[in-house]
Design a protein around this ligand. Structure first.
Ligand code: G6P
Length: 592
């Protein structure tokens, strides 16, 4: 989704903003722009395309310590020059960048701005002109406050006022905005990454807060204009966390980090052989009669594994809900459910909307995220960290593995039984290392797949849950149409899609379903498909394509998923795709 970076201080604002926007590229975007204050003028450079293109069109002949920048992921209007941010008010006094969606922009346009010209298709241009409208009767700050009180929807805003060259304005509602302070200035961004190297302390803004930022200090206010106190946290994130190192892509680096993440989770959540999940979290779940898991995308597929663990390892009925559906269609709620939200970013708008809805109804919520300072972590009754480290590639890999492992540990803790999980997880980490050492086999398999226009994954039980994630991974970065089927369902319709040479990948890791999945695969081969088998060593045939090292039967998704991640990666590389920044996708989806 859109990324925002602003800077005011002694350093070169253009440099900090352009580098910051590059660091936010992982969020997904289609246009980029920057506004720089220079000698009472605000100079704007923007266009469709990458930040590298913005660098090419940006004027480097002057230095300035104040500017705002933006990467846009189109919501209102196609990606082009006129819709790129920053946007400017009719008189040229105010300049704005915006991340989010204004729901009532049409109404505001009719109500206040009939005399204004609009040059883009965006909702953002309404905000900047509304500020100008109010500025005819009020100060810049008051005009901004009045505008914010009119807006409905989500936004993180940075605003420049040509009449105030010593400051910039910020505002936030439902979309993240972080303010970081360092010795030489203040940096504002949608994520902590652009703050690294410039800030020693930082704070995340709460909803419906706006502020005035100067080079050495900033003040925050509520929408009535009351001063708010600010709690700064120590900034201790290194630049290396955001670098690829020797890997060609962040995705490959993140896939390789998975064994150490599993070991880290063991360290965090085990005290010798005993599981050490905070008691308040266990009590919260134990006092409920059902677990409702809520998530989107890859986190939703990790939730299916969590459901399996909660039901099989500790007998708690569990159900998985797609957040975007649950916002609008409330299921029948019986007894005493507890809501568990899985989210890598902790900023996914659909999941946040559900969390707010059910918190308001009095249901406890547990956020399982990779971002302890995120909106979801802060809103939830309880938070559990998955300790995956910053995930940069848009296609999630290590966060999935970390979510599944965290939920397995949580389920074992809830069961209260003696467990061999610690050993089993260490063994699984070694199994993944073996897969990574032999990844050439998967690279070769990718050559059989990358020219296909359709690919199918099939499996049963937990293998089917992995198929769903595997299919998502492949379509996200290879752009090949990929579907996951429960292998038993194929013959009830979808087998009609099987054609000559369509790759059908069967995941076979469970003793109880191995032979039936293989016979379902044979049915597709009989209709021309190219059958590919990914099987556990103990269940394998000599002709199988990928053999997975044996691990505990309930942890097999951790190894089969890694194979599917690597396969998606190599297919995307063979296709020449931008693996870390696939088209149309965003890492953190902050609009509903
Ligand atoms: C986006 C990302 C996916 C991610 C999903 C949910 O669609 O591209 O990789 O799984 O959002 O994100 P979350 O941060 O809530 O896990």
């Amino acid at each position: 989704m859109c990324g925002i970076v602003g800077y005011i201080g002694m350093k070169d604002a253009r440099d900090i903003i352009l580098s910051g926007l590059e660091q936010l590229e992982y969020r997904g975007y289609d246009s980029a722009g920057i506004a720089l204050f220079h000698q009472q003028e605000i100079k704007i450079f923007k266009d469709k395309g990458r930040v590298s293109h913005l660098r090419d069109i940006c004027d480097f002949s002057f230095k300035t310590g104040l500017g705002i920048g933006h990467t846009r992921w189109a919501t209102h209007g196609e990606p082009n020059h006129k819709n790129s941010h920053p946007h400017i008010s009719n008189s040229g006094r105010f300049v704005i960048v915006h991340n989010g969606v204004i729901e009532n922009y049409k109404k505001l346009k009719i109500e206040y701005l009939s005399n204004y010209e609009f040059y883009s298709d965006t909702d953002t241009e309404v905000i900047v002109n509304l500020i100008e409208y109010f500025s005819k009767s009020y100060s810049g700050r008051e005009a901004i406050r009045r505008t914010l009180n009119e807006l409905e929807g989500s936004y993180a805003l940075l605003i420049l006022d040509k009449e105030e060259p010593e400051q910039l304005y910020i505002a936030k509602n439902k979309t993240p905005l972080i303010v970081g302070a360092g010795e030489s200035g203040i940096t504002i961004a949608s994520d902590v990454i652009p703050l690294a190297g410039h800030c020693t302390t930082y704070t995340s803004l709460n909803d419906k807060v706006f502020g005035v930022v100067q080079s050495k200090s900033f003040q925050l206010f509520d929408y009535l204009g009351n001063d708010l106190s600010v709690q700064m946290k120590k900034f201790n994130i290194n630049n290396e966390d955001f670098e690829k190192g020797d890997f060609d892509h962040f995705m490959l680096k993140e896939i390789h980090e998975q064994p150490s993440i599993i070991r880290h989770l063991v360290q965090e959540y085990f005290d010798n052989e005993k599981i050490a999940i905070p008691k308040k979290i266990l009590d919260c779940i134990k006092s409920s009669t059902k677990i409702n898991l809520v998530a989107c995308g890859t986190s939703m597929y990790a939730s299916y594994m969590a459901k399996y663990y909660f039901e099989k390892l500790c007998n708690i009925p569990s159900e998985v809900f797609v957040a975007s559906e649950l916002v609008y269609s409330t299921p029948l709620i019986v007894d005493k459910p507890c809501f568990i939200y899985l989210s890598q970013s902790g900023e996914t708008a659909d999941s946040i909307a559900v969390m707010k809805k059910f918190l308001a109804k009095g249901f406890p919520s547990i956020a399982i995220t990779n971002s302890p300072n995120s909106t979801m972590a802060e809103l939830a009754t309880h938070h559990l960290n998955i300790f995956a480290g910053k995930e940069i590639a848009v296609a999630s890999t290590k966060a999935y593995i970390a979510q599944v492992v965290t939920c397995a540990i949580l389920a074992k803790a809830l069961s209260g039984q003696k467990t061999n999980l610690k050993n089993n997880l260490n063994k699984t980490a070694m199994a993944i290392e073996k897969i990574l050492e032999e990844k050439i086999i998967i690279k070769n398999l990718a050559k059989q797949i990358f020219t296909a226009s359709d690919v199918f994954y099939i499996g049963r039980g937990i293998d089917y849950w992995v198929c769903l994630e595997a299919a998502l991974k492949l379509k996200e970065i290879s752009y090949i149409h990929t579907e996951a089927f429960s292998s038993g369902e194929l013959k009830h319709g979808s087998i009609a899609l099987i054609d000559k040479d369509v790759p059908v990948l069967a995941i076979c890791t469970q003793e109880g379903t191995n032979s039936i999945v293989r016979s379902n695969l044979t049915e597709t081969i009989a209709r021309g498909a190219k059958g590919i088998v990914i099987a556990m060593e103990s269940l394998s045939d000599p002709t199988d394509d990928i053999i997975l090292p044996d691990v505990a039967h309930y942890l097999t998704p951790l190894v089969s998923a890694v194979v599917c991640q690597l396969l998606a990666y190599y297919v995307a590389v063979l296709k020449g795709n931008d693996v870390d920044k696939p088209k149309n996708l965003a890492k953190s989806v902050t609009v509903e």
